[in-house]
Ligand binder design. Structure first.
Ligand SMILES: *[C@@H]1O[C@H](CO)[C@@H](O)[C@H](O)[C@H]1NC(C)=O
Ligand SMILES: *[C@@H]1O[C@H](CO)[C@@H](O)[C@H](O)[C@H]1NC(C)=O
Ligand SMILES: *[C@@H]1O[C@H](CO)[C@@H](O)[C@H](O)[C@H]1NC(C)=O
Ligand SMILES: CC(=O)N[C@H]1CO[C@H](CO)[C@@H](O)[C@@H]1O
Length: 595
């Protein structure tokens, strides 16, 4: 009997193990992976993924965007989860309208596509505060993204809430839903050193916390060489085929979570371009070197509505992506990538089950091919690194003409079905026509009273993020000075100069209600100095500054310790020298009166 019990126990354990990947009706829907790819429904898969962020479009756009992505040959949609729009006030949640994450994921599923959920919850993404709610800054002793008890507490609470929500709606592939992959944290390697040991222990904690949520689908960390346990480290970049150093364990697949289709824009930038040919080259290169998942960042960028853009980021986001801001196909990008996906799918069997080989064909040309010995299954990539001129090379007894810096795809190791430089799709361009139906847009103009003397509530000018709390971008600062007639430099007829050193982001200055000038920083250098001559009169003078923000930052270490606003204020060129106004006593008014 003892022996039989043993067998029974083992059988039960086995069935427990198996049941975690078998859905009702016996259909396998679990997701695992091996060194070659993710394994979905028991099979290796080639995955072509595109980022579409639900709050960057409207729910009525979602079905069409997703359908256009599918027609473009994608089988996965990737999105971040945006904590600060879902929990704008601590404990008060919003999943309505464009924030309806469940509906978005369901729409992906209804189109027969898979989904990747990037939870972060720090996401960067050119999104205000990198997705972290403002109230998190006000939690005592918090240090974001570090082995810090308050941060870990709130992070775990939010991540668990989202995962539970997805489970309740049966949205994970392990439950028959579309989500095949989740991401915890985001490009942490770029800040980890700043946190020393607390960074190392934080990332291990984050990975293990995620694994403990038992989603039944794998977790990834992008740009994270020490991704713990079964968490897959993935590549972000433009040319992962040549820059990725590989998975950190031999049984993990090569996945590319962000392939920039252009570049996001900040105020002052020219339009960003990345050609269809260059993108296609990198993607073909990636799949020729063991890659099995690519994600276009962005496939549709959309719009940063309301206050959602990070500091200095424009409202238009990745308009140069295969689907433009409005969801229109951008040609030839959309079409050239669609053709590429079709060519790669023709190579699927060889890529996923064949043996990889490399053969040098000339100094700048190599063949990478996948073969199943003893069968006819064979697919080849002829890659030319010669950026100056085309070459003709010989592969398996046949000659091939390769345009400069291009890759040809041969799904049968004989016939070229695609070359990354040979664009078949037509070019298109976008026009704007005024809508007859929707021309009721109205502009309003307000005039704002310039406050001269607000109640003094601080010796120094206060910090801007703290004052605005992500509710407005404007704060009025006032101070008064008494100028003695002897202070005035009348003889030289040179006006004194008001100088304000500010930590960001923009400022308009007034003296005695008169505009005297403005200045601003940039995304790279947020601080700036405003310096303008002023007309002072003997007696009381009113100095008024309008301090302005353009969103919260979204990147870098110690984001909870960022400061903005005026830091040093002085009047130069008085007879008595420089008058320092920094601790002159300041009044503050948050918001403008009319906005
Ligand atoms: C911002 O406010 C917090 C309290 O919420 C305070 O601890 C911190 O010192 C303030 N920072 C600045 C620069 O004023
Ligand atoms: C691809 O995978 C094979 C087998 O795992 C390995 O031998 C080879 O080095 C890999 N190639 C690249 C470019 O990573
Ligand atoms: C092309 O050259 C670069 C730099 O020399 C190298 O990193 C890359 O692997 C080469 N690519 C191909 C397709 O040979
Ligand atoms: C260099 C670059 O473009 N990096 C961007 C990659 O995409 C992420 C999206 O999360 C951005 O935050 C990075 O700035």
């Amino acid at each position: 009997m003892a022996g039989k019990n043993h067998v029974f126990l083992i059988a039960t354990l086995l069935s427990l193990l198996v049941s975690s990947v078998v859905a009702h009706g016996g259909k396998q829907v679990g997701v695992t992976y091996d060194e070659r790819s993710l394994i979905i429904n028991g099979k290796r898969e080639l995955l072509f993924s595109g980022s579409i962020h639900y709050p960057r479009s409207t729910p009525d756009m979602w079905p069409e965007l997703i359908l256009k992505a599918k027609r473009g040959g994608l089988n996965v949609i990737q999105t971040y989860v945006f904590w600060n729009i879902h929990e704008p006030e601590q404990g008060k949640f919003n999943f309505e309208g464009p924030y309806d994450l469940v509906k978005f994921i369901k729409t992906i599923g209804e189109n027969g596509m898979f989904a990747t959920l990037r939870l972060g919850p720090f996401i960067q993404a050119e999104w205000n505060h990198g997705g972290l709610p403002y109230w998190l800054r006000e939690i005592p002793d918090i240090i974001f993204r570090s082995d810090n008890a308050p941060f870990k507490h709130h992070m775990e609470k939010f991540v668990t809430k989202i995962i539970d929500m997805m489970k309740e709606e049966k949205l994970f592939a392990s439950q028959g839903g579309p989500i095949i992959l989740s991401q915890i944290e985001n490009e942490y390697n770029t800040v980890q050193l700043a946190y020393k040991n607390l960074g190392v222990s934080y990332i291990q904690w984050a990975g293990n916390m995620a694994l403990g949520l038992n989603t039944g689908v794998p977790w990834v960390m992008c740009k994270q060489k020490d991704a713990p346990g079964s968490v897959i480290n993935t590549c972000n970049g433009r040319h992962c085929g040549d820059t990725f150093t590989g998975p950190n364990k031999p049984n993990k697949p090569s996945l590319w979570t962000e392939n920039w289709t252009a570049q996001f824009r900040v105020f002052g930038d020219p339009p960003s371009q990345r050609s269809a040919e260059d993108t296609a080259f990198s993607v073909a290169r990636w799949f020729s070197k063991n890659g099995s998942l690519v994600n276009y960042y962005m496939y549709h960028g959309g719009t940063n509505f309301d206050r959602t853009a990070a500091s200095f980021v424009t409202t238009r986001y990745y308009d140069e992506a295969p689907l433009d801001e409005y969801g229109l196909q951008r040609e030839p990008k959309w079409g050239h990538l669609k053709d590429l996906h079709r060519a790669l799918n023709l190579c699927k069997k060889a890529l996923l089950w064949g043996k990889p080989n490399v053969q040098k064909l000339s100094a700048d040309v190599e063949a990478r091919f996948y073969e199943q010995p003893g069968t006819k299954v064979c697919a080849a990539f002829l890659a030319s690194n010669n950026s100056k001129e085309a070459e003709t090379v010989k592969f398996r007894g046949q000659e091939y003409y390769l345009p400069a810096r291009s890759i040809s795809i041969l799904p049968d190791c004989k016939n070229v079905v695609y070359n990354t430089m040979t664009v078949v799709s037509q070019h298109n361009s976008r026009n704007f026509v005024k809508s007859r139906k929707k021309n009721k847009l109205e502009w309003n103009m307000y005039s704002e009273t310039i406050p001269a003397q607000l109640q003094v509530d601080s010796s120094l000018p206060k910090e801007l993020y703290n004052l605005t709390k992500d509710k407005t971008d404007y704060v009025w600062f006032t101070t008064t000075i008494n100028v003695d007639r002897r202070d005035m430099n009348e003889r030289k007829r040179i006006n004194p100069v008001l100088r304000v050193a500010s930590l960001g982001h923009a400022m308009v200055a007034f003296v005695n209600g008169e505009f005297i000038g403005s200045a601003h920083g940039s995304q790279i250098e947020k601080s700036f100095v405003l310096q303008h001559s002023v007309d002072l009169k003997p007696g009381i003078n009113f100095v008024t500054l309008l301090g302005t923000l353009v969103g919260l930052p979204d990147s870098g270490a110690y984001m909870e310790h960022r400061y903005a606003g005026p830091r040093g204020v002085s009047i130069l060129g008085l007879n008595t020298g420089t008058l320092d106004l920094t601790s002159n006593g300041w009044g503050h008014q948050v918001w403008m009166s009319l906005v």
